[in-house]
Design a protein around this ligand. Structure first.
Ligand code: C2E
Ligand code: MG
Ligand code: MG
Length: 268
């Protein structure tokens, strides 16, 4: 067997065990209002600490979970955990007005009761649907499946906020944006990285300006991903970008570390 396939097979076996043994954990990364740096929400990001390998990147194990169908129980667990966490933070920090963004794989649309399941979780934790942001990638939209269209409409009708993740990296097309009820575009971090150069007229900036105008016309909000430097932040602010996330504000961290951030914010 080629070593890559062996690797995937071992990862699958280990991932099954990891789910049973609760080796998986969720980290949270703040999403902030760029003008004030106030935290407005978090993105839930899966972390797996493998007993021998240490931290395994989700970019490695999510594809394995998707291929094997494990993403369905795993994805549901993430939704439940992240919603429970949001509920607890809302009780602890009632004035904070925070949202939770959850990555949602296209494979999760295969879960037949997904809309009911999410509805039950929201009711169970007494959450307003508008505080839950589902992050989808363009791969979902290009599948062109009636079942997915239907489910997205139901999730939207439930009141959830739909975000298009990694925008600008894939097949982004105006027609998808018209067909789907997307509320938020998350501009991929490659655009933010491209803004580091001295030349203000570089093409990344021009593309970003076009995306901003498009979003405004279509009534969508924009979030910039991967802000790492003060300089990038200043440029995004100058472009009137509203929201952002990145290492400059905080890396993804565990729930205890987030509580410290929220406590500091509620005092300040
Ligand atoms: P994503 O949804 O686009 O998440 C953003 C990724 O960018 C995260 O990587 C985050 O740690 C990283 N990031 C944030 N700020 C910065 C920055 O300033 N600089 C740089 N270089 N990177 C930054 P992470 O946590 O490794 O996750 C990778 C991808 O794995 C995610 O990309 C998402 O597609 C997927 N993923 C993670 N958790 C889940 C999950 O629960 N379900 C699903 N379906 N996918 C997940
Ligand atoms: Mg995401
Ligand atoms: Mg992204």
């Amino acid at each position: 067997m080629p070593s890559q396939a062996m690797g995937a097979l071992q990862l699958e076996t280990d991932l099954r065990k990891a789910i049973e043994n609760q080796e998986l954990q969720i980290y949270y990364q703040p999403i902030v209002l760029l003008k004030t740096a106030k935290i407005t929400g978090f993105e839930a990001l899966l972390r797996w600490e493998h007993p021998d390998l240490g931290f395994v990147s989700p970019t490695k194990f999510i594809p394995v979970a998707e291929e094997t169908g494990l993403i369905i129980p795993l994805g549901e667990w993430v939704i439940r955990e992240a919603c429970k966490q949001l509920h607890l933070w809302q009780l602890q920090f009632p004035s904070a007005e925070i949202t939770m963004s959850i990555n949602f794989s296209s494979k999760q649309f295969a879960q037949t009761n997904i809309v009911e399941s999410i509805k039950d979780i929201l009711n169970g934790y007494d959450l307003q649907p508008k505080h839950i942001h589902l992050e989808l990638t363009e791969s979902v939209l290009v599948e062109n499946s009636q079942a997915i269209d239907q489910t997205l409409k139901q999730l939207k009708a439930l009141g959830l906020i739909l975000c298009l993740d990694d925008f600008g990296t894939g097949y982004s097309s105006l027609s998808y944006l018209h067909r789907f009820p997307i509320d938020i575009l998350k501009i991929d971090h490659s655009f933010v990285m491209g803004m580091s150069s001295n030349d203000d007229r570089n093409s990344k900036v021009e593309i970003i300006q076009t995306i901003l105008a498009l979003a405004e016309n279509m009534g969508m909000k924009v979030v910039a991903e991967g802000i790492e430097t003060q300089r990038q932040l200043a440029k995004l602010r100058a472009l009137k970008f509203e929201y952002g996330q990145g290492y400059f504000f905080s890396k993804p961290v565990d729930n205890k570390a987030i509580e410290d951030l929220l406590a500091a914010q509620s005092q300040g």
